[in-house]
Design a protein around this ligand. Structure first.
Ligand SMILES: [Zn+2]
Length: 149
């Protein structure tokens, strides 16, 4: 029967305990005087909180967003004012964007994209994968080339 190194009491349940700098095998009551060094108990494995993966915002304005915008608008036979009105934006703003004097904010770009079905912000990585998987992508290849500039 092992006995407590501190009080000498026989005990089956000696605990390795650090008391005043010394590690001793002591009974449970003596162990309260120090820090019990747990050995048998498995450490509680904390579930790794899976980081919510936030992809970097890699979307960029296409290099020719103004031209694209203008073309799309003219395809729809919309004047700048008509376009601006339907978007609830100022015509001068649209004009600036078309001249590429102003980079449209994402929200504006999104509106324009929806309205005119153009892509102003592109994600280069997404485009890269789409190149490989597109067989008849000749129409988009031009766009991609422009994007990659
Ligand atoms: Zn003891």
């Amino acid at each position: 029967m092992p006995s407590c190194q501190l009080c000498g009491e026989d005990s089956e349940n000696l605990k390795k305990t650090k008391i005043e700098g010394a590690v001793m095998k002591v009974c449970s009551s003596c162990s309260e005087m120090g820090d019990v060094i747990e050995q048998k108990k498995k450490k509680k494995t904390k579930k790794k909180s899976s980081k919510t993966y936030r992809p970097k915002d890699t979307e960029k304005l296409t290099s020719n967003y103004g031209e694209k915008l203008k073309q799309a608008r003219e395809d729809r036979k919309l004047s700048i004012k008509e376009l601006a009105d339907s978007l609830n934006e100022k015509a001068s703003l649209i004009k600036k964007v078309e001249r590429e004097d102003l980079k449209p904010e994402k929200s504006l770009a999104n509106k324009l994209s929806k309205e005119l079905d153009v892509t102003l912000y592109v994600n280069p990585e997404v485009y890269d994968t789409s190149i490989e998987s597109t067989d008849d992508g000749k129409a988009t290849l031009g766009d991609v080339a422009e994007v990659k500039e």
